[in-house]
Design a protein around this ligand. Structure first.
Ligand code: ZN
Length: 132
C-alpha cells in the first residue's frame, strides 16, 4: 500500500485519518485481513479514540500537556522533548481489522494521527495483510 502524506496545522494536532486509510485499503483491494498504520516519526504518533465529541481529543491534549509540559528542564538540545515523550506515550502504530473491505472500527472510534511538534508535513505508512 502506498504511504500518504498529510500536513498538520499546529504544534499539537489530531487529524482523523479514517478516510485516507480506508482509501488505501480500497485501492489495494484488501477485503479481509489486517491493516497496520505506522508513523515513521519520533515526535508524532497514532491512536484510536472517540470521533463524536471533539472535546475528547481536546481533553487528551490537555492531559498530555499536564503530564509532559513543553518546558520541563529536559536535556535534549532540540528543545522538543515533550513531543518525543508524547509520541512514545501514544505509540507509533495501530492495527485495524478489515472485513468486507471496510475498517472494523467501533461506532465512536476513529484513527487519529497525533502531531506533537507541528506544523509539519508528515508521512503515514500502511500495510495490509490478507487473512483469506
Ligand atoms: Zn528532538
Amino acid at each position: 500500500m502506498n504511504p500518504f502524506t498529510l500536513k498538520t496545522q499546529s504544534r499539537t494536532d489530531f487529524v482523523n485519518i479514517d478516510p485516507l486509510v480506508a482509501e488505501a485499503v480500497r485501492e489495494a483491494g484488501l477485503t479481509d485481513g489486517m491493516v497496520t498504520v505506522f508513523i515513521p516519526h519520533t515526535t508524532a504518533g497514532v491512536t484510536i479514540n472517540e470521533n463524536a465529541d471533539p472535546d475528547v481529543m481536546a481533553d487528551l491534549d490537555l492531559v498530555l500537556d499536564r503530564m509532559v509540559p513543553w518546558n520541563g528542564g529536559y536535556s535534549h538540545r532540540e528543545g522538543n522533548t515533550a513531543a518525543h515523550v508524547k509520541a512514545s506515550m501514544v505509540g507509533s502504530s495501530v492495527q485495524v481489522i478489515v472485513s468486507a473491505g471496510k475498517l472494523q472500527l467501533g461506532t465512536w472510534q476513529s484513527l487519529f494521527f497525533c502531531e506533537f511538534d507541528g506544523p509539519r508535513t508528515r508521512q503515514v505508512w500502511i500495510k495490509g495483510t490478507p487473512t483469506k
